[in-house]
Design a protein around this ligand. Structure first.
Ligand SMILES: NC(=O)N[C@@H](CC(=O)O)C(=O)O
Ligand SMILES: [Zn+2]
Ligand SMILES: [Zn+2]
Length: 348
């Protein structure tokens, strides 16, 4: 049970159900921010090249564990990257062995690191049937890649063209609709069975597309799926704070070097790990839903994945925290979400 006063909120230690930790030197620079905030995280496999095999996942997990600073506890929950040629038996074996807890579907060319993704879900039908049979979660970047479809419509069209038919064919498949950005996605999740959940990022609760485009183009507000109109942001705030167990915390923290963002063709991704809880709790406070924060941050995710709840507690307190303009991620400068602003909550 959460305990709260006017000035603080104590909850079970949260987990992040969607994060990009990258690799190499940057991994060592960004991981401590996630480990400070979260007990566990679902680690995305979109490295270059992507992590598609059990051996690759184990090696990546070892590199992550080696990068956890002394004195911090953090458990990476690994995922396998699906391609057109993924073998159902390999996926099932990796799941049974506890190497990965889920598999990730990136439609080919939908987002950063998705070039080796799936070109048509029909190509992985056998994998998905197997996953349904063994209760293994499928994590989906839900956007179509059809050039004819407007970028702001790609999530809604994905629901119609891909996700709804997929769940009609495989009604028991456990699906996490990742980083949802539209009222259509929230409506779809609400109307689906308990086997369909969704993650919601801090940025999609805070910003709409104006944040990216008004008064100049702001690459640090650009991620995929791209932020939508205000009505969608409001629908996401309603979903996250509704008390529905289908929604859970997934930051989609996606660090890119400042130079890769501030470019004529800037990368998609927002680095929100350093102040993620402060950012989320601000939204719940503004929505008068602090009593629902613990379920969203610390309970709904593990229940969906069938994992135990964390027993540690963390305290958030009402106090100003200044977010720096830049964070040095072990030599790589990265601009964090909320850079240069002050948040009204602090992780104690
Ligand atoms: N969200 C993003 O804008 N970018 C992510 C990929 C993803 O989650 O789609 C990344 O890896 O940079
Ligand atoms: Zn994505
Ligand atoms: Zn992501």
């Amino acid at each position: 049970m959460a305990t709260s006063t006017d000035s603080q909120l104590t909850i079970r230690r949260p987990d992040d159900w969607h994060v990009h930790l990258r690799d190499g030197e940057v991994l060592k620079g960004v991981l401590p921010h996630t480990a400070k905030q979260f007990a566990r995280a679902i680690v995305m496999p979109n490295l270059s090249p992507p992590v598609t095999t059990a051996a690759g996942v184990i090696a990546y997990r070892d590199r992550i564990e080696a990068a956890v600073p002394e004195g911090m506890t953090f458990t990476p929950l690994m995922t396998a990257y699906l391609t057109d040629s993924t073998n159902p038996a390999d996926i099932a074996a990796g799941f049974a062995d506890g190497v990965f807890v889920a598999a990730k579907l990136y439609p080919a060319h939908a987002t950063t690191g998705s070039a080796h993704g799936v070109t048509d879900v029909a190509n992985i039908r056998g994998v998905l049937e197997k996953m349904q049979a063994i209760g293994m979660p499928l994590l989906i970047h839900g956007e179509v890649t059809d050039h004819e479809v407007d970028i702001f419509d790609r999530e809604a069209v994905f629901i119609e063209r891909t996700l709804a038919p997929l769940l009609r064919d495989l009604p028991e498949l456990k699906v996490v609709f990742e980083h949802i950005t539209t009222s259509e996605a929230a409506d779809f999740v609400d109307a689906s069975g308990a086997n369909v959940g969704a993650t919601i990022t801090p940025q999609h609760l805070h910003i709409n597309r104006n944040a990216m485009l008004v008064g100049g183009i702001r690459p640090h507000a650009y991620c995929l799926p791209v932020a939508k109109r205000e009505k969608h942001r409001l629908a996401l705030r309603k979903a996250a704070t509704s008390g529905s167990s289908k929604y859970f915390l997934g930051t989609d923290s996606a660090p890119h070097a400042v130079g890769a963002k501030e470019s004529a063709c800037g990368c998609a991704g927002i680095f929100n790990a350093p102040y993620a809880l402060e950012s989320y709790v601000t939204v719940f406070d503004e929505e008068n839903a602090l009593d629902r924060f613990e379920a969203f941050a610390s309970e709904n995710g593990p229940k969906f994945y069938g994992l135990p709840l964390n027993e540690e507690r963390v305290t958030l307190e009402r106090a100003e925290v200044a977010v720096p303009e830049r964070i040095d991620a072990n030599g790589t400068p990265i601009v964090p979400f909320h850079a240069g602003t002050t948040l009204g909550w602090r992780l104690a």
